[in-house]
Design a protein. Structure first.
Length: 132
């Protein structure tokens, strides 16, 4: 068997996962260099520290978890959202993470200044990220 990611066999599922991750990394780089159009006045970019943190976030991202939708937040950060019954919103702002668990519901919980060491996925939010 040929390894795609360390410890994983090159199954069709893992190959699709790798393509999805590569697409996310490409979007992150584009958001840092060109941004995304929000208004006629210009585009919203993510900062270079946010880009580095986002790339590390997805390198540490568990393969058993669903990938989010992403977009610049308009202030240099990157928003990530997992939709569903318990929406999760995570923002990377330079080197800090912020999360809203059960976003846009009466049960919303806010977590600010989540530690992220660029190697390990933050345990404070891991259990709230939906499985694939």
């Amino acid at each position: 068997s040929s390894a795609v990611l360390p410890g994983y066999v090159a199954s069709a599922d893992m190959m699709q996962r790798l393509r999805d991750l590569l697409s996310l990394w490409s979007l992150i780089r584009r958001f840092a260099s060109a941004g995304q159009s929000w208004t006629a006045d210009g585009s919203a970019k993510i900062s270079l520290p946010t880009q580095s943190a986002a790339e590390a976030f997805f390198r540490a991202f568990p393969s058993t978890k669903a990938l989010p939708k992403i977009a610049p937040d308009g202030e240099g950060g990157l928003m990530m959202i997992w939709e569903g019954n318990d929406p999760l919103l995570v923002t990377i702002d330079e080197r800090q993470l912020h999360a809203v668990i059960s976003a846009a519901t009466p049960r919303a919980r806010y977590l600010d200044n989540i530690a992220f060491d660029y190697i390990n996925f933050p345990p404070e939010i891991l259990s709230f990220v939906p499985n694939r």
